[in-house]
Design a protein around this ligand. Structure first.
Ligand code: BGC
Length: 451
């Protein structure tokens, strides 16, 4: 049920390429291919001190980034936990919380001994907001829809920069929002800053998405702006939405359908829901629940602790696969500690195979997205490309990168080896600072808002 054959992958890639092109051609498509108004690449010589706020999925992070030029930087940061109530409560209150955290960060890092704030002018801030936003310019963005289980009221359809500004004013925070950034675009730029081979920035974390750089002449939907055709513009694909309307490419199981239908956004982000860290543990749990129902697991035990949706974190699935002991000792501990369940060695071996199957499927589907962008852009013909990748799944799930590479060979044959994925630089912090610096420079040169 969880297998994705090479033939199926090639079929998905074909469909994916069409969908990417459609998003560049017309507004309002399923995969929206959003212009980010980040033009070209960083030179590596961007310098200066910037603030970054990163509202991603799990935490809120505030960073101070010192860009030193030569592809070098230093970063100081604080993390703040977001509660489930904040994710789905009042939208303005969520931005108020971001502003309060930023205010306390500034208080801690920019205060003189007498308590006065040590800033002579508003400091430039890159705001990494990793949800699909339609941007008219770099410091603007209408939230298309929440993803990753967020649902804060009164934000969809609104300009999130304006909402954040309102909260900053309320808290007298001395910053200027220079750029609104998606984490994938940040990843792309931060990684290119240190390694110019980078062509794509991808996040495999709580959510999943990709950004790359496109020539303006290949983006028909912005032709009316009259920008130079050879100018290069970063595109936030928002590929997590792939197949959400078509529903004809992805091999969805009853578990995927259940996850989607019981989510706060049914019918949206169907590709993401089969890949991202937020969902893989739930796929695992649903398979277990099905087998409990059939009477083939945990004989004679009370399994009520597995009944709660999302109680099986994807991190546990990684741990199960990573257990290399013959008896699968970590798996014993994990089931007895978290779910008060005894396991037989056969059950544990099955759990490990299930973890392998779920992780492998996610990696193979991910490879389809990478292959689609590579084919569309002709990167293989140019001798290959670098794919900067970040997120807990890529960094922590056993063999995730290896499985992506195997799948790329299944899709392209030996040529697939020309695509290199590697761990990215911190896109949401350093990337945000680099993009804020690039935006500031364009503004200083009068190349604003767009061209
Ligand atoms: C969001 C993207 C984001 C990705 C990774 C998705 O749910 O729609 O904007 O880049 O998660 O964080």
């Amino acid at each position: 049920m969880l297998a994705v054959t090479p033939q199926r992958m090639r079929m998905i890639v074909e469909g994916f390429i069409d969908v990417l092109e459609l998003g560049l051609e017309k507004e309002g498509q399923m995969v929206p291919m959003l212009p980010t108004w980040v033009f070209g690449w960083p030179t590596g010589e961007e310098k200066g001190s910037y603030l970054a706020v990163d509202l991603g999925g799990t935490n809120l992070r505030v960073c101070e980034v010192e860009l030193e030029g030569n592809g070098k930087f230093a970063i100081t940061q604080s993390k703040y936990k977001l509660t489930d109530e904040q994710k789905v409560g009042d939208g303005q209150a969520l931005f108020d919380f971001c502003a309060e955290c930023l205010a306390s960060f500034i208080q801690d890092h920019y205060t003189n001994e007498d308590g006065s704030v040590l800033l002579d002018k508003d400091i430039a801030l890159g705001f990494t907001f990793s949800y699909p936003c339609v941007q008219e310019r770099i410091d603007h963005g209408l939230l298309l829809r929440w993803t990753k289980g967020f649902g804060a009221a009164g934000v969809e359809g609104q300009d999130v920069v304006e909402m954040f500004k309102k909260s900053l004013q309320k808290n007298n925070v001395p910053v200027e929002i220079t750029a609104l950034i998606n984490d994938t675009t940040g990843t792309l730029m931060a990684s290119h800053y240190v390694d110019p081979r980078t062509r794509m920035g991808i996040i495999f974390g709580t959510g999943c998405n990709c950004a790359y750089v496109e020539k303006v002449k290949n983006i028909p939907k912005i032709a009316h702006l009259g920008l130079p055709g050879d100018a290069e513009l970063a595109i936030n694909c928002e590929w997590g939405a792939f197949d959400s309307e078509t529903k004809e490419y992805l091999p969805r199981t009853k578990y995927d359908i259940h996850i989607d239908e019981t989510s706060n956004k049914p019918g949206q982000q169907l590709f993401e829901k089969m890949i991202a860290g937020l969902y893989l543990g739930e796929v695992f749990r649903l398979v277990l629940c099905d087998m409990i129902e059939e009477g083939v697991l945990f004989h004679g035990q009370n399994t009520y602790k597995l009944d709660k949706p999302f109680c099986f974190d994807t991190a546990l699935v990684s741990l199960i696969e990573a257990d290399s002991t013959d008896e699968l000792l970590t798996v014993i501990g994990l089931f007895s500690h978290f779910y008060s369940l005894e396991t037989t060695v056969e059950e544990r071996k099955f759990f490990k195979r299930l973890a392998v199957a779920i992780g492998t499927r996610a990696a193979r589907l991910s490879a389809c997205g990478i292959a689609a962008v590579c084919s569309k852009m002709g990167y293989l013909e140019e001798g290959g490309c670098g794919v900067a990748t970040d997120g807990s799944l890529y960094n922590k799930y056993p063999k995730f990168p290896e499985r992506i590479h195997e799948a790329l060979v299944d899709i392209f044959g030996e040529k697939g080896r020309l695509i290199h994925t590697y761990h990215a630089e911190d896109g949401s912090g350093v990337g945000a600072a680099i993009i804020a610096a690039m935006a500031q420079e364009r503004k200083a040169k009068g190349l604003y808002p767009q061209v």
